[in-house]
Design a protein around this ligand. Structure first.
Ligand SMILES: Cc1cc2nc3c(=O)[nH]c(=O)nc-3n(C[C@H](O)[C@H](O)[C@H](O)COP(=O)(O)O)c2cc1C
Length: 298
């Protein structure tokens, strides 16, 4: 969570640099990123070399061998002999010559903490502003997120002034009024039902414009699906830029469309207030479904 105490002129330089350690991480809310975490980390293929961020795996090692190698190195790193020479003979079918590197913290962990592990939906906002430049940076990230056939149907209306956000109030559920009025910015995440007019530019390889133009149901479904995805990218990108994000669906969509979007013909989907939370949340995170409840491995 971002604090209210220090309010620089612009939040961009600070926000755009992901800190090596976030405040929340030092409070012990992040999982450990020592040897155990690093040996569980993903194996990345880099040309003919395989790296897990902790040590080199010999080129040509199969994934199964790589996993076994990681286990060996991990166990070695964790035992009392850590720091001494690792085994050099074949172990579990892994070619010899494995070298033990000093385990490094997972470089992805600060970003994962910012975007997911430590991120919470704020209830109250500090007065710290969000610069227009940050909103431009935010959109420049969001537009890179994938959409089907690059159709990019989302449209975003940034309500920066309190006056603009006050116009939204009659359409809001009571519980969302403060989340909008006190925010630095509230974004109307909308989509353009006629998004397909841009398809010749966005996907020149095929004639998709007429395909969508001839099938309103397909066009609506495509706009909603991809516009919602882009709204999700906005939440995660905002968090990575150091902002807090409060999504809201408690409002009257048709009123918002009439109040703000009639000129463009866009349709509202949901709202996201952006800014810096006034304080850490006063309630624990609600439970999430466990892997086995929400996922199938087929
Ligand atoms: C699409 C969407 C709509 C939401 N609508 C509202 C809302 O109308 N009012 C509200 O107070 N919170 C709303 N939320 C916030 C969620 O309740 C909150 O993000 C969720 O409980 C996770 O909380 P956490 O980030 O603190 O774990 C909404 C969230 C999403 C993603």
């Amino acid at each position: 969570m971002s604090g209210a105490a220090t309010a620089p002129d612009t939040d961009l330089p600070q926000a755009a640099t992901i800190p090596a350690t976030t405040p929340a991480m030092t409070q012990g809310t992040s999982p450990p990123s020592g040897p155990a975490a690093s040996v569980e980390g993903a194996v990345h293929l880099e040309g003919d070399r395989v790296s897990d961020g902790a040590a080199d795996i010999p080129a040509g090692t199969t994934p199964a061998e790589g996993a076994a190698w990681e286990r060996v190195v991990g166990e070695h790193a964790l035992d009392e002999h850590a720091g001494t020479e690792p085994p050099t003979e074949h172990v579990d079918g892994v070619p010899g010559g494995a070298r033990l590197a000093v385990p490094e913290p997972d470089p992805a962990e600060p970003a994962l903490a910012l975007a997911f592990r430590d991120a919470r939906t704020p209830r109250r906002w500090s007065a710290r502003p969000v610069a227009d430049e940050t909103l431009r940076t935010l959109y420049d990230l969001v537009r890179l997120g994938p959409t089907s056939a690059n159709c990019s149907p989302a449209r975003f209306v940034f309500l920066r002034s309190r006056q603009a956000r006050e116009r939204l109030v009659p359409a809001l559920s009571t519980g969302n009024v403060e989340l909008v009025l006190d925010a630095a910015v509230t974004v109307i995440v909308a989509h353009d039902p006629l998004f397909f007019e841009q398809m010749p530019r966005l996907w020149p390889a095929a004639e998709l414009r007429s395909w969508f133009a001839a099938d309103a149901a397909l066009a609506d479904e495509t706009a909603l699906r991809n516009g919602t995805l882009q709204g999700g990218y906005l939440i995660i990108a905002a968090r990575l830029l150091g902002l807090d994000a409060a999504p809201m669906s408690g409002f009257d969509n048709s009123r918002v469309d009439d109040l703000f979007l009639s000129g463009q013909g866009w349709r509202s989907n949901f709202l996201v207030s952006l800014g810096h939370a006034a304080e850490a949340p006063d309630r624990p995170r609600a439970p999430r479904l466990a892997f086995d409840e929400a996922c199938l491995l087929l």
